[in-house]
Unconditional design. Structure first.
Length: 131
């Protein structure tokens, strides 16, 4: 009887040992796979950081030139006219045309529409990421 129990214990230990080895092998494979995924994630993070720096530089340049672009647009249109007084001691003055308000209203309207579309698209994008 003791031989039978001893044989069963040995057989049980063998099965436990084989199962443990399979689990250990699985855990080793999983560790290697996680390490590879971690390396890939680190590479993606470095590339993303590099791209963000580029976008930041472009945004800074665009922001620097925005006021000059606005002034050039206004003066290249017929919204501002140069008026010269005649006679002695003549002066040169800048004069806004009476339809300057059309420029202001249309610019503000288009800016609001653009910001609204951007806001809407961003919300849709966030909803698609986090349903």
């Amino acid at each position: 009887m003791s031989k039978i129990l001893e044989y069963r214990n040995i057989e049980s230990l063998r099965i436990v040992n084989e199962t443990s080895e399979r689990h250990m092998s699985f855990l080793k494979d999983l560790t290697v796979q996680l390490r590879n995924d971690s390396n890939i994630s680190a590479q993606v993070a470095r590339r993303t950081h590099k791209d963000a720096k580029g976008v930041k530089a472009l945004s800074t340049v665009a922001t620097v030139f925005l006021p000059a672009s606005l002034i050039a647009t206004i003066f290249s249109s017929n919204l501002v006219q140069i008026k010269r007084d005649e006679g002695p001691g003549s002066k040169t003055q800048l004069e806004l045309v009476t339809q300057f308000w059309v420029y202001i209203v249309s610019t503000m309207g288009l800016t609001i529409v653009t910001l609204g579309c951007t806001w809407f698209l961003e919300r849709q994008w966030v909803k698609s990421l986090f349903p």
